[in-house]
Design a protein around this ligand. Structure first.
Ligand code: GTP
Length: 596
């Protein structure tokens, strides 16, 4: 295809601002999907995908569109929708010349959309601002047009008003994609360079890799090389999705399509990597490649210890489709055999946990999420700690913790409450801008550890749901961090160890000791529960002794009933974990580890 007639674009939008609906409407208007076949949210239909065993959830769709008698090929590239996947978003943007900035005309722009908009502007992409859902009675296009105009420096009149639902304005939007976006540029005679912007595992076809060709050409049957690792593969199939995958004879400059190499694991076909021709390799890879870096760690343990092999298999399977997921086996005195699993963020953790439970039928206990610490002890060596219980004891010279640059958008009446929250979370204010008279953008530098847990929930409740948050990794700082251990009868319960700022250690210790006093049943002896920093006890509770006598309830008499009760108690005991001499019901761990 002649690059002059190609237009590559993506849609930047907040969740629920109508991206899928608009994409559907475009597929329909361009005739790629007939109205009859048009099922709501075509691009997102996981069930169809399973039914047919092909990847319909297209990461890129090609659509024909005609303007002034010329037929164009539009490639719409999907961007992942949530905050943990900033890097993937950046690669999707890098595959496009332009972006549609889609904003709900009743809501206005949100923090994540703003962050992605800035990213697109930094990459010199053409931005087409669009207000969506203008059919809504409470839409306020004037107000939000002014906001957007100020952000990107255009006239409010230049902002298109559309409704993905009714189809209004969508044809004009497609015209604008053609007329405003530049055609892709590249050297057709140079060695091939294609950027991977997505990579998905398909049960039937193995990994399907989505690429944007920058220079040269790639063809079926040729041998290609991944530039980050040097591994080579034969291209079994090349094609474009529109939206069903269609094999093609090759992809040239500016084209977007998929590759199939028979690879079984997305880690061998990494997002951001450059694909080149093995026989005639490019000298330099395309910039911007990064290895996925887990930011948040949690221990995952099967509730039923015999599920351990099943958990391992499930993680192996998930990893085929998730290059960012990492895990190593670990054992906990309290929880048994499990894994320390690394995630990009809290949402990534939640999604993974949900999938393990729903798709693999596993019941899991997860330890409180923690970030990665770099700890320097007497020997002056920085050690990476991903499990709080492995935080070194003894003399510590320095602890480094990861930091994030956070952006919060909210109505200005909440500025005070937001600043208070960020301050309490050890944040440093970096700036504040008014988007309009009513809405502000607040920027903070915050420890990641302070936002991974419940920050977003509290932010939402303090702003009656109006605030939105975006963050990205931004360096590290040296902080006064300590490990707090929880002891039952002087035995350390490893699953409850936490690394906190020294000022917050006491609050954590108090909270955990009190929680456990409520959760652990009385034993035959008194059980002290303590929180400690090293050998210093900072909080203490105790569970009074009781003589447990299950038979007392039976008022004597009936032997078979007594036997039943005894058996029941035995079964119940299986779900007890021993910490030293103390019996702890598994429930107690689950409840104590969950955030309230
Ligand atoms: P995610 O898939 O969750 O990221 O959301 P999305 O941005 O793709 O939004 P989606 O298209 O699923 O739309 C979100 C909601 O808004 C749905 O209930 C849609 O029916 C509704 N919606 C989308 N576009 C319009 C529109 O133009 N007008 C009206 N009134 N509702 C719309």
């Amino acid at each position: 295809t002649d690059p002059a007639i190609i237009r590559n674009f993506c849609i930047i939008a907040h969740i629920d601002h109508g991206k899928s609906t608009l994409a559907d409407r475009m597929l329909q208007l361009t005739g790629v999907v007939s109205s009859r076949d048009m099922k709501a949210q075509y691009l997102d239909r996981m069930d169809i995908e399973r039914e047919r065993g092909i990847t319909i959830k297209s990461q890129a769709v090609r659509m024909p569109w005609e303007l002034d008698g010329v037929s164009y090929a539009l490639n719409m590239i999907d961007t992942p929708g949530h905050v943990d996947f900033t890097y993937e978003v950046s690669r999707s943007l890098a595959a496009c010349e332009g972006a549609i900035l889609l904003v709900d005309a009743a809501q206005g722009i949100e923090a994540q959309t703003l962050a992605n908009l800035y990213l697109a502007m930094e990459n010199d992409m053409t931005i087409i601002p669009v207000l969506n859902k203008i059919d809504l009675p409470n839409a306020d296009p004037e107000k939000y047009a002014a906001e957007i105009a100020k952000l990107i420096g255009c006239e409010p009149e230049d902002i298109l008003q559309v409704s993905g639902k009714t189809g209004m304005g969508v044809e004009a939007l497609l015209d604008k994609v053609v007329s405003e976006l530049p055609a892709p540029q590249g050297d057709p005679n140079a060695p091939a360079r294609a950027m991977i912007f997505d990579s998905v595992y398909d049960t039937y076809r193995g990994v399907v890799t989505y690429v944007r060709v920058v220079d040269g050409k790639i063809s079926p049957r040729e041998k290609v090389q991944m530039m980050s690792t040097g591994t080579t593969y034969e291209l079994l199939e090349i094609g474009v999705s529109s939206p069903e995958p269609k094999p093609s004879k090759g992809l040239g400059v500016g084209e977007v399509g998929y590759l199939i190499t028979g690879v079984k694991d997305v880690r061998q076909s990494k997002v951001g990597d450059t694909v080149t021709n093995f026989a005639k390799p490019a000298a330099e890879s395309l910039g911007g490649y990064e290895d996925p870096k887990p930011m948040v760690f949690s221990g995952l343990y099967p509730i039923d210890g015999s599920d351990y092999p099943a958990l391992r298999d499930a993680l192996d399977k998930l990893q085929l489709n998730d290059a960012a997921l990492t895990y190593v086996p670990e054992t906990s005195v309290a929880l048994g055999f499990g894994f320390r699993v690394g995630f990009l963020g809290l949402l990534h953790l939640e999604i993974t946990r949900e999938r393990l439970e729903a798709e693999f039928n596993l019941d899991l206990i997860s330890t409180a999420p923690n970030v990665v610490y770099e700890v320097m002890t007497d020997d002056k060596v920085l050690r990476t700690v991903t499990n709080p219980s492995e935080f070194p004891d003894g003399k510590i010279l320095e602890v480094h913790e990861p930091m994030v640059a956070a952006t919060i958008l909210a109505p200005n009446e909440f500025v005070g409450a937001i600043m208070e929250l960020c301050q309490a979370r050890r944040g440093t204010m970096r700036g504040m801008d008014y988007l309009s008279e009513e809405r502000v953008e607040i920027r903070y530098w915050l420890p990641l550890a302070e936002i991974v847990f419940d920050f977003f929930d509290i932010l939402k409740s303090k702003t009656r749901g109006y605030a939105s948050l975006d963050w990205k990794a931004d360096g590290e700082q040296v902080s006064d961090l300590v490990k707090v251990d929880i002891l039952l009868q002087s035995e350390q319960v490893d699953a409850f160890s936490a690394v906190t700022h020294r000022d917050k250690a006491y609050a954590y210790g108090l909270m955990m000791t009190q929680k456990l006093r409520e959760l652990i049943p009385r034993q035959q002896f008194e059980v002290p529960i303590q929180a400690a920093i090293g050998s210093r006890i900072i909080a203490r509770e105790s569970i009074r002794a009781i003589r447990k006598d299950v038979l007392a309830k039976c008022y004597g008499g009936d032997i078979s009933r007594k036997r039943k009760l005894l058996e029941k108690q035995k079964a119940g005991k299986k779900r007890m974990k021993m910490v030293g001499r103390v019996e702890v019901p598994q429930e107690a761990f689950i409840v104590a580890l969950s955030s309230d």
